[in-house]
Write a protein that binds this ligand. Structure first.
Ligand code: NDP
Ligand code: GDR
Length: 365
């Protein structure tokens, strides 16, 4: 039985990847941080009683900033494959916590690679590093591919730049099977609530259900190449199954402005919007309601801009060229953007309907 270790197992990608690897028959170990409240909601359905027989999913407490603990977990679990997904992954927040982000996202990757050398496992264990389209930052070339120069635009992206190159360096210096997946934005109903897509789908659901008045956003002009996380974790696995270790762009090849994502999410609920005004004064108002269950007053302002969500330096345009991953990995996305939006909106409506509304009140701001 192959053994995998996933850092960031209770994040969006960790949850989908753990499920995929369990389906493939792996023994899966996950690293999670201690939190004051249990935050394993995304992986609770995978939980197995550790006292039972044939347990194939185990969680370990750990932190990317603590090398002693990473060395111990790797020694105990003896993984064939490590998927390093743990990171402070919010670009805007990285401007507020730059040093911590560098430590967890940059040096954290070094700690994993060096742990394998200390334990003399560098020839046994394959490493997947969660690299990002944020490395491309300021547009140098479109679509962005494996050979496009990097120009990171946030403390997050700069930390990930270090992680990218230390992975390449350990591959070249020590002959390790260590690869970067340069993944463009990928979303799902499990996406964290403060990333723009999930923020929009949750707000659209809450507004039509009368639980929220308005959605405040930052830069509506930014364009992103959005795919579904379920497709992207399949690519991670494929990257570690090749004869030679290489780096791959994983993307859909289609880019969409944030404004259009907003339009699509509300449209899914039968609400048609018109965007009026410019810059910080831009708003979206309701022009039609097609669904009798979700009636909002025509002319109601449901979206406005709040400059607090602007970033000191922004990444304006991301569009990936997935040719290499299609050719070499045989990977293709199965979801398009309309299917992704549909699934996310439906799930958020269901969540708000199912759960006690009071639980959400503190999140409405
Ligand atoms: P999430 O933010 O959903 O998950 C990140 C995970 O990392 C969480 O489990 C979090 O734990 C954990 N984590 C954060 N800091 C530490 C730490 N110091 N020690 C241990 N664990 C930590 O991210 P995604 O699942 O969306 O992304 C997975 C990886 O892929 C990240 O590295 C991200 O930067 C990268 N990436 C993501 C893309 C995307 O579009 N989703 C695109 C390209 C790259 P906790 O729950 O305790 O906070
Ligand atoms: P991103 O994702 O920064 O691309 O990083 P995010 O969804 O946060 O932002 C996408 C774009 O939307 C604009 N935007 C807003 N963003 C947020 N979060 N909140 C808002 O209110 C808002 N309004 C407009 C942003 O300015 C940006 O241009 C994600 C993360 O998952 C990273 O970890 C990963 O590496 C990259 O995707 C690829």
């Amino acid at each position: 039985m192959k053994v995998a270790l996933i850092t960031g197992v209770n994040g969006q990608d960790g949850a989908y990847l753990a499920e995929l690897l369990l389906e493939k028959g792996y023994m899966v170990h996950g690293v999670k941080r201690r939190a004051s409240l249990i935050n394993t909601e995304r992986i609770d359905h995978l939980y197995q009683d550790p006292h039972g027989e044939d347990v194939r999913f185990k969680l370990h407490y750990g932190d990317m900033t603590d090398s002693t603990n990473l060395i111990r977990i790797i020694q105990e679990t003896q993984p064939d494959e490590i998927y390093n997904l743990a990171a402070m992954s919010h670009v805007r927040v990285s401007f507020d916590t730059p040093e911590y982000t560098a430590n967890a996202d940059g040096i954290g990757t070094l700690r994993i690679l060096e742990a394998l050398r200390i334990l003399k496992m560098e020839q046994k264990t394959r490493v997947y590093q969660a690299s990002t389209s944020e490395l491309y930052g300021l547009v140098q070339e479109v679509p962005q591919r494996e050979t496009t120069p990097f120009y990171p635009r946030s403390p997050y992206a700069v930390a990930k730049l270090y992680a990218y190159w230390i992975t390449v360096n350990y591959r070249e210096a020590y002959g390790m099977y260590a690869c970067n997946g340069i993944l463009f934005n990928h979303e799902s109903p499990l996406r964290g609530e403060t990333f723009v897509t999930r923020k929009i789908t949750r707000a659209a659901a809450a507004i039509v259900l009368g639980l929220q008045e308005k959605l405040y956003l930052g830069n509506l002009d930014a364009r992103r190449d959005w795919g579904h996380a379920k497709d992207y974790v399949e690519a991670m696995w494929r990257i570690l199954q090749q004869d030679e270790p290489e780096d791959y762009v994983i993307a859909t090849g289609i880019t969409t402005p944030v404004r259009d994502f907003v339009r699509m999410a509300f449209d899914e609920l039968g609400i048609e919007l018109e965007f009026l005004g410019e810059g910080v004064n831009e708003v979206a108002v309701v022009t039609a309601c097609r669904n009798k269950d979700y009636l909002l007053p025509i002319g109601k302002e449901v979206v406005a801009v709040d400059p607090k969500y602007f970033r000191p330096t922004e990444v304006d345009l991301l569009i990936g060229d997935p040719t290499k991953s299609k050719t070499k990995l045989g990977w293709e996305p199965t979801y398009d953007l309309p299917a992704l939006v549909k699934e996310m909106v439906a799930m958020d409506v269901e969540l708000f309907r199912k759960k006690d509304i009071a639980q959400f009140e503190h999140l409405m701001g």
